[in-house]
Design a protein around this ligand. Structure first.
Ligand SMILES: NC(=O)c1ccc[n+]([C@@H]2O[C@H](COP(=O)([O-])OP(=O)(O)OC[C@H]3O[C@@H](n4cnc5c(N)ncnc54)[C@H](OP(=O)(O)O)[C@@H]3O)[C@@H](O)[C@H]2O)c1
Length: 274
């Protein structure tokens, strides 16, 4: 176990599952002290913290509902009272509604804004106050901020807002040696991906997307966590205000897709269609 008076202190929202959980473990391997937050799954958060400790780090678990400003404040009060400082803040947790624009109700719009953009700004404000010796802020976004795809408008627009805030924060926090970046994920294999493709009525089959990706596979939570870990590492100390896509090439392709071509053209890039 590491000494929290010298080890970096990290706060990750949504570290009980998925990308946040894997990231917590990776930071544990670097001896980081991690505040593992969750909304409802206290047991999973304890398991995640146990992984961090087994990997060589330390930390605590903390409950937060990022939709509630007072809950965010209470979380940062815990960090301040427990450690007195913060080195890394990762705004990873998210929630939204998956609906066509015409069906978005006021509460869908408000919730998407509150859980993604507002929570990021409120969290970053409090995080920066605790970063006396410089620090790193990373927000996790998704390709719906860059491209329009079915039912993703509310979340995609909110993610785009966080990417815009990333640039403003990078400029305003830069003189205090705090870097601010976004990691923009494509189709990443986690619980939420499963929900999107299997529970949104009428959604296109996931395989119809995967076959069009240049790398021809879904991303993993590990792929995402590695990118965030890099931006938190010393190797990324001169990178700020950037959005790094981790999407297997999803956002560089456009129709007509190679997957829809036929021989002989297709044979130049892909195996002949069966
Ligand atoms: N999966 C994808 O395909 C994909 C692609 C691109 C980007 N992303 C982004 O990656 C990030 C993480 O996604 P994921 O798929 O790893 O998530 P996930 O597996 O669905 O896990 C969500 C995490 O967020 C927590 N959480 C949910 N609502 C919360 C709230 N209101 N307040 C506080 N914590 C809350 C959950 O806590 P509990 O366990 O307690 O519920 C859990 O730890 C998100 O920003 C997402 O938009 C995902």
């Amino acid at each position: 176990m590491t000494d929290s008076t010298t080890a970096p202190i990290a706060l990750i929202t949504g570290a009980s599952r998925g990308i946040g959980r894997l990231l917590a473990q990776k930071l544990g391997q670097r001896g980081v002290t991690v505040v593992v937050t969750y909304k409802g799954n206290a047991d999973l958060a304890e398991e995640s913290l146990a992984d961090v400790k087994a990997a060589g780090g330390d930390g605590i678990t903390a409950q937060v509902d990022i939709e509630q400003p007072e809950s965010i404040d209470a979380l940062f009060d815990v960090v301040r009272d427990t450690y007195g400082r913060l080195d890394y803040f990762v705004a990873n947790a998210a929630a939204s509604a998956f609906k066509p624009v015409a069906d978005l109700k006021l509460h869908h719009l408000d919730r998407s804004y509150a859980t993604n953009a507002r929570s990021f700004v409120l969290g970053a404000q409090r995080a920066a106050q605790l970063m006396d010796a410089g620090g790193r802020i990373v927000v996790v976004t998704s390709y719906g901020s860059l491209r329009a795809f079915p039912t993703y408008a509310a979340l995609g627009a909110a993610k785009a807002m966080t990417e815009a805030y990333t640039k403003y924060m990078a400029v305003e926090f830069g003189p205090r040696q705090i870097t601010v970046n976004a990691v923009n994920g494509g189709l990443i294999d986690t619980d939420s991906l499963d929900y999107f493709y299997n529970s949104v009525p009428g959604m296109a089959p996931m395989q119809s997307v995967i076959e069009k990706l240049p790398l021809q596979r879904p991303g993993t939570a590990d792929d995402m966590a590695d990118a965030v870990d890099f931006l938190l590492s010393d190797k990324a100390s001169y990178i700020t205000g950037q959005t790094l896509s981790v999407d297997g090439g999803l956002t560089v392709i456009a129709p007509p897709f190679w997957a829809d071509t036929t021989s002989p053209l297709r044979d130049a890039v892909l195996p002949p269609a069966e």
